[in-house]
Design a protein around this ligand. Structure first.
Ligand SMILES: NC(=O)c1ccc[n+]([C@@H]2O[C@H](COP(=O)([O-])OP(=O)(O)OC[C@H]3O[C@@H](n4cnc5c(N)ncnc54)[C@H](OP(=O)(O)O)[C@@H]3O)[C@@H](O)[C@H]2O)c1
Length: 292
């Protein structure tokens, strides 16, 4: 099977690259940028003709869309770009997937929820995004679901990895640069180690499960934690000497409203795919091994 990966030089894409070499399927990695040492086919997913030509020439059977506008703060000032990448581009991929009879695996977010209910959100919970990023991601989910293509949408949360910009890597940098840092303790969610999600996706492609299932599924690490407690765990494992103190969302300068509680209920993905999801602290230990 031929699997096209878009946004292959981002966090999830890079995590897929490491696993694809050992997979039975052929993976084609595409992005609009390059990373030294990694082969990347240029593909801008906002260009439907380019997507069509690449999918035809590579005889694509499945698309994993790892591209997106992921800067939550930046999206507030760049609504057009956020809409282009998070809504219009998935619509383009879904339409080409439909033409080819290919499966589209699309990645979405916990930020489609408002976090006002302190219970884990199931796939059927009513979304109510609080910010531009969440609004455009939800619109993208709806475009994919209504396109008539075969699709799997995985909603994930708080993704981190050895690659790119993410909370864990930012914390490690701040621990080196500052004597004290404040981290919010009134936003609770589940961190997700991108290589865990990548391994799950590679496995369901290899086993053919992507052809037997469709719909929206939640996937994040097991457990729930505040950003502060997550930072404290990173701090402990790093051995840094900087002090980490808790603060309230109101004390943190961000113009973007974020959900206070966005833990995802993973019962559906576990029962449908039989996946065993690692506990967040175990995955964080693996992150430290991987970055060594
Ligand atoms: N990160 C999180 O915490 C998180 C949480 C929940 C859900 N998600 C979702 O998970 C998915 C993957 O996230 P990620 O953190 O791996 O993303 P990421 O690291 O930001 O990577 C996205 C990649 O897409 C590329 N890209 C941008 N515009 C493109 C275009 N027009 N055509 C093709 N590629 C393009 C980016 O290139 P440039 O860097 O050059 O722009 C980047 O290499 C996204 O859909 C995101 O919404 C992420």
């Amino acid at each position: 099977m031929n699997v096209l990966v878009t946004g292959a030089n981002g966090q999830l894409g890079m995590s897929l690259r490491r696993l694809a070499a050992g997979a039975p399927d052929r993976y084609i990695f595409t992005d609009i940028n390059t990373v030294q040492g990694y082969e990347t086919l240029y593909l801008d997913i906002t260009n439907i003709e380019a997507v069509r030509i690449t999918c035809d020439s590579e005889q694509v059977d499945a698309i994993i869309n790892c591209a997106g506008y992921t800067n939550v703060d930046g999206a507030e000032d760049d609504v057009q770009m956020s809409d282009l990448l998070n809504r219009q581009a998935p619509e383009i991929l879904a339409s080409v997937a439909k033409e080819r009879g290919a499966v589209l695996i699309h990645i979405s977010t916990d930020y489609v929820f408002d976090g006002k209910t302190p219970h884990p959100y199931s796939e059927s919970a009513s979304p109510n995004p609080l910010n531009v990023y969440g609004t455009t991601k939800l619109a993208g989910d709806r475009c994919v679901a209504e396109s008539g293509c075969r699709y799997l949408i995985f909603r994930t949360s708080w993704m981190y990895s050895p690659y790119g910009k993410n909370f864990a890597r930012t914390m490690l940098r701040l621990f080196r640069e500052k004597p004290v840092i404040s981290v919010v303790y009134d936003q609770v969610g589940s961190p997700t180690y991108a290589p865990d999600l990548a391994a799950f996706i590679v496995e369901i492609i290899a086993s053919g499960k992507i052809f037997r299932n469709s719909g929206i599924f939640n996937y994040s690490s097991e457990g729930a934690v505040s950003w502060y407690d997550f930072a404290k765990a990173i701090h402990r494992l790093s051995g840094a000497s900087c002090e980490v103190v808790p603060c309230l969302t109101e004390e943190y300068s961000s113009k973007v409203e974020r959900p206070r509680y966005s833990v995802l209920d993973k019962s559906k993905v576990k029962s449908v795919f039989g996946v065993k999801i690692p506990y967040w602290e175990k995955s964080l230990e693996r992150f430290f091994k991987d970055i060594k």
